[in-house]
Write a protein that binds this ligand. Structure first.
Ligand code: HEC
Length: 140
């Protein structure tokens, strides 16, 4: 199987949306979860735990938690070269998603940053547009 198609999805029954109580956050998170399943879940898995030594985790991941701006930028532009996540080196290219709009990136990031014990609130599309203009530090 090609890496680009990655592994079959794990069970989708676990609903992270139950972590969310704010109704505006929920308006972003519902489409955000669906977009996550389509654009990210094949690789990072529905539960965000990644896949062995090939795909880094997002859930409980130091790299993911360190910067929302960097995550938004990576979703759009992809990432390649070595990256250190929770003490483990990963080195497989992640393709970018140039077709995802700022609103869609806002919905995915609002979903991801309001589950797994994180409470960042709504990440709006204007914030996403600002984040996309800044090149992040991709190393650590
Ligand atoms: C084709 C598989 C694939 C898809 C689809 C994918 N990623 Fe990745 N992602 C990777 C790989 C592989 C890396 C490690 C890149 C490297 O080694 O430089 C990565 C790295 C990351 C990182 C930085 C490391 C970490 O674990 O925090 C983030 C954040 C991330 N991806 C988020 C996403 C999001 C959000 C989506 C959906 C828009 C997505 N990815 C879609 C494979 C994928």
């Amino acid at each position: 199987m090609l890496l680009a198609s990655c592994a079959p999805k794990t069970s989708n029954s676990e609903s992270n949306l139950s972590d969310i109580s704010d109704s505006t956050v929920m308006q972003y998170a519902i489409p955000g979860k669906a977009l996550y399943e389509s654009y990210c879940g094949n690789c990072h898995q529905s539960n965000g735990e990644g896949l062995g030594k090939l795909i880094p985790p997002l859930k409980n991941a130091d790299y993911f938690k360190a910067s929302i701006q960097r995550t938004v930028w990576i979703m759009r532009n992809g990432l390649e070269g070595e990256v250190l996540v929770n003490g483990q080196i990963y080195n497989q290219p992640m393709p970018g998603n140039t077709e995802l709009t700022p609103l869609e990136l806002a919905q995915i990031s609002t979903y991801l940053y309001n589950i797994w014990g994180i409470n960042e609130g709504v990440i709006t599309s204007s914030v996403v547009e600002k984040y996309l203009r800044e090149t992040p530090n991709l190393k650590d």
